[in-house]
Structure formats: structure tokens, C-alpha cells
Design a binder for this molecule. Structure first.
Ligand code: PRP
Length: 188
């Protein structure tokens, strides 16, 4: 585990400008989030943790292993539309969770809230399925959008206005495997 801000040679740091959050900092915050989430739901009813792929896969895996309560795990994949082809409040799911949301406490796991478009499109679709409750847990939040359909109840870190990669976040599908979160070098 990288405890320093040195990119080192252990991973393909090529293209990464600097380490924004070390693996150690992320792990400490994920543990706090898991503790807060565990304490937020009394009773033994299972919590449905829904990971939005692909970006959330590492965060999700680290988080659920520290939830000290019954948990159901499922995933969804939202389609990206080209510009001008989206009607507001609608999204097409490329992969549907197999688990029904109705009557369940649901937490949507996001790696990063950037413009907020994904959340604003997804939340109405999930609400329509009548979960008992719906919350969002986002590892990173850029706080760009003044009006989110649902503000994340849990946020790991406020994110700088830089292009971030690592710990699940990609650039052109690369860098997801980095154990830290880094900012990308600007194109030369
Ligand atoms: C990224 C990220 C969030 C979303 C945030 O997903 O994982 O889901 O964008 O951006 P927004 O707030 O501006 O909507 P992306 O569509 O790149 O897919 P990925 O998760 O497969 O990387």
C-alpha cells in the first residue's frame, strides 16, 4: 500500500501528475464511511448496496466488506447517451440489478459526482421502483451542481477540479487499477 505521495515505480504512474489521495487516506475514510452507514440503519433488515459500474467497483468492494450488518450486493450500468439524445430524468440501464428495490433500504454507490448528470438521471428511475429508502454514498464529490436530484448522504472527500484517475476511476479505461487517486497530466 502506498503511504506516500510518491508515484513510485510500482504502478503505471505514467500520465499521473500527482497523488491526490493516498491508498492509506482512502482506506481510513472508507472505514469511517462504513462505520457511519452501519450505524445509520437500525435493525437487521438487509441493506441493498447498489454499485454503479464501472467506476465504483473498487470502492464498493472495500466498503461492503466493512459493513457490519446484513447486506445484499448488486450492480447497475447506465448507458451514456450522445449529446442531445437524452430526455431529462430518463436513463437507459445497460445492466439491471437482479434484486428488486421495492421495500428495501437502498444505497447507490458512486465513485465520483462530477456534473451530477448521472445522479440526476438515475435517481428518478430508482425512486420509481419504490425502495423503502434511497441514499447515495459517493467517494468523491466535485460540488459543481447546485441542484442534485438527491444529495449524497455520505461523501468520502470533496474533490479538486482536476481530472482524477485511480481506485476505479479511469481515463479511456486506463488507470482504474491504481491503488491511489491521482490527477492526470494535462495533454502536452
Ligand atoms: C463517471 C463516474 C460517475 C459519473 C460522474 O462514469 O463513474 O458515474 O461519470 O459524472 P457526472 O456526475 O458528470 O454524471 P462514466 O460514465 O465515466 O463510466 P464509468 O463508471 O464506467 O467510468
Amino acid at each position: 500500500m502506498s503511504e506516500t505521495r510518491d508515484l513510485g515505480g510500482a504502478v503505471d504512474g505514467g500520465g499521473v501528475e500527482r497523488v491526490v489521495l493516498t491508498a492509506h487516506e482512502i482506506a481510513a475514510r472508507v472505514a469511517e464511511l462504513a462505520h457511519e452507514i452501519t450505524g445509520a440503519y437500525p435493525g437487521n433488515e438487509p441493506l441493498l448496496v447498489l454499485g454503479l459500474l464501472k467506476g465504483s467497483f473498487i470502492f464498493m468492494a472495500d466498503l461492503v466488506r466493512q459493513l457490519d450488518r446484513p447486506v445484499l450486493v448488486d450492480f447497475l450500468v447506465a448507458a451514456s447517451y450522445g449529446e442531445g439524445t437524452v430526455s431529462s430524468g430518463e436513463v437507459r440501464l445497460l445492466y439491471e440489478p437482479e434484486t428488486g428495490l421495492e421495500g428495501k433500504h437502498v444505497i447507490l454507490i458512486e465513485d465520483i459526482v462530477d456534473s451530477g448528470t448521472t445522479i440526476n438521471r438515475l435517481v428518478p428511475v430508482l425512486v420509481e421502483r419504490e425502495p423503502r429508502s434511497l441514499e447515495i454514498c459517493a467517494l468523491l464529490h466535485k460540488r459543481l451542481s447546485a441542484k442534485l436530484a438527491l444529495e449524497p448522504r455520505w461523501v468520502g472527500f470533496d474533490a479538486p477540479q482536476e481530472f482524477l484517475v485511480g481506485y476505479g476511476l479511469d481515463h479511456g479505461e486506463s488507470f482504474r487499477q491504481l491503488p491511489f487517486i491521482g490527477s492526470l497530466k494535462s495533454p502536452q
